[in-house]
Design a protein around this ligand. Structure first.
Ligand code: TXA
Ligand code: MG
Length: 327
């Protein structure tokens, strides 16, 4: 269900943003909760509406490559290689910021996350504005990112001036975040819409940030991207023996699980295409979460391509609120 203040009018969206109001914007990754990145008033509203701690910095979205030097002091060579290959697209580069970017946006860090998104409506909107847009994913802090205007309307609708409806998002996972050290070392902060293979193809081996994507001991793993329903990640057949008397939800790559109501199952890609699976992951989690089941059982995906980022999101969801006890 969409709220009345949702639509496809970029001029309405621009007018709201010029008044320091917030607008949900479609990107090729997930929907963002956008405000004027140069206005501390607008940026404060983003933190308040998301209920997000102010130590968690925001990504700044630009219209064109030529604008980047207005906001950052330096673009290391490998960052340039990545940007030229992928922008506009699902890549965020952490670059040394110029003072024009408010400290509130970067949570005091000298690095700012910069991204040029490629969704046509948001591209058009950015072209109308004379300021960039700070935008985290348009979900309450810690919850699953929205991949449709309806997700945004249900989670945050009442608190947003306008939802720019660009249809379901194409990639369905957040951007991949990378930082290039002065030494040329490339550090991976978050896996997302750009695969590890693609990054390595472009700039060679990467160093993984401690908080990024290793299969981490559960306590170390930052809980995030999580449905409210407890999610358990593992071999579904084995898990079902423990949960057999319950109406469980199932999230699988392609397999239909006999004995579980079809309505409670989501197969992300019957043809086992990881890109298709990624695009459906969050909407499937939203749907299963809305059923109010006691648990969602999910299986690990192949550790390649976008499968790695899918596994990262599932592991974080599983770490968020494990079931209280074995049933
Ligand atoms: O695909 C995306 O990246 C979406 C769309 C809307 O662009 N945005 C998004 O933003 O996922 P958010 O805020 O939900 O996640 C961005 C992550 C956060 O974990 C934040 O800590 C990190 O990026 N980040 C942003 N700026 C940073 C900075 N200056 N230094 C380190 N980490 C940063
Ligand atoms: Mg987010």
């Amino acid at each position: 269900m969409h709220t009345s203040h949702s639509g496809t009018d970029v001029h309405v969206a621009a007018a709201c943003l010029r008044r320091d109001e917030l607008v949900a914007i479609p990107t090729e990754t997930v929907y963002g909760l956008a405000g004027n990145a140069l206005s501390p008033t607008a940026v404060s509203k983003i933190f308040a509406v998301k209920n997000r701690p102010q130590f968690n910095p925001l990504i700044v979205h630009l219209h064109r490559w030529e604008q980047v030097p207005e906001y950052v002091r330096d673009i290391p060579e490998k960052a340039q290689v990545l940007a030229e290959a992928i922008w506009p697209g699902p890549l965020t580069l952490l670059l040394p910021k110029k003072p024009v970017i408010p400290d509130l946006v970067t949570a005091g860090s000298p690095w700012v996350g910069i991204r040029i998104p490629r969704h046509p409506l948001t591209q058009e909107l950015l072209g109308l504005l004379d300021f960039p847009l700070a935008a985290p994913s348009a979900n309450p802090f810690g919850y699953i990112s929205p991949t449709s205007a309806g997700h945004v309307a249900r989670q945050l609708g009442a608190q947003i001036a306008y939802i720019l409806d660009g249809g379901p998002t194409d990639i369905g996972l957040e951007s991949t975040i990378v930082r290039v050290e002065p030494t040329g070392e490339v550090i991976l902060h978050r896996l997302g819409g750009v695969s590890l293979e693609m990054l390595e193809h472009l700039v060679g081996p990467l160093t993984q940030d401690r908080h990024a994507t290793q299969p981490v001991a559960s306590g170390m793993l930052k809980a995030h991207y999580a449905p409210r329903t407890p999610l358990v990640l593992g071999d579904i057949d084995a898990l079902l023996t423990q949960w057999k008397d319950n109406a469980v939800g199932i999230l699988s790559f392609s397999r239909h699980i006999p004995g579980v109501a079809p309505a409670h199952q989501r197969q992300l890609s019957p043809n086992r295409d990881l890109t298709e699976a990624a695009s459906r992951l969050f909407s499937a989690l939203h749907e299963l979460d809305e059923m109010g089941l006691p648990v969602i059982l999910a299986e690990p995906f192949p550790e390649k391509g976008l499968g790695r980022a899918i596994n990262d999101r599932l592991a974080r969801a599983a770490a968020a609120h494990p079931p209280e006890a074995d049933p």
